[in-house]
Write a protein that binds this ligand. Structure first.
Ligand code: DAT
Ligand code: MG
Length: 155
């Protein structure tokens, strides 16, 4: 099994509720992720615009950008075998109604409020994980971590 890193974010709707934040943190630990870095932060509107630039022009873009800069978030670098896929599976589908019906026990199925306020973010590929980790944790070097720390997880 190959250890993989992913970026996970608890979005402002969930951080606003201390019990939900705690439940999500617990869920991370229960699902065999190692928490490599964790920090609380608030985005300015331009951080939000930059992070979601791929969605600019979509009908929900303004709503998304406003929401993601509306309050505290908690960002994690998580490590696990197949971390990207496992975290996305735990989150469930993007859209809240799909999540409710097809994956009621997923994070979004349980806690998602709307298609925009859907509690969590997770990278969707190795490339986006690299980019997103650098975006949230500019001082973190993935290559260096893989060389120095990853071997410690092997035994
Ligand atoms: P995901 O967060 O599952 O990777 P995405 O990358 O397609 O989904 O979209 C990023 C965020 O944009 C998503 O978490 C919430 C918002 N969003 C996406 N599709 C939306 C829609 N149809 N209506 C409202 N918000 C949407
Ligand atoms: Mg995405």
């Amino acid at each position: 099994k190959v250890l993989q890193l992913t970026l996970a974010v608890i979005k402002p709707d969930a951080v606003a509720h201390p019990l939900m934040l705690q439940a999500l943190h617990q869920k991370i630990l229960e699902n065999d992720f190692a928490i490599i870095r964790c920090k609380d932060l608030v985005w300015r509107k331009q951080d939000s615009e930059r992070f979601y630039a791929e969605h600019s022009g979509r009908f929900f873009y303004q709503r998304l950008v406003e929401f993601m800069s509306s309050g505290q978030m908690r960002a994690y670098i998580l490590a696990r075998d197949d971390a990207i896929r496992h975290w996305r599976e735990l989150m469930g589908p993007t859209k809240v109604f799909r999540a409710r019906y097809t994956s009621p026990s997923s994070i979004r199925g349980q806690f998602g409020l709307t298609d925009t306020r859907n509690t969590t973010h997770g990278s969707d590929s190795v490339e986006s994980a690299q980019r997103e980790i650098a975006f949230f944790f500019p001082d973190f070097c993935v290559e260096e971590w893989m060389q120095k720390e990853e071997p410690l997880f092997r035994g």
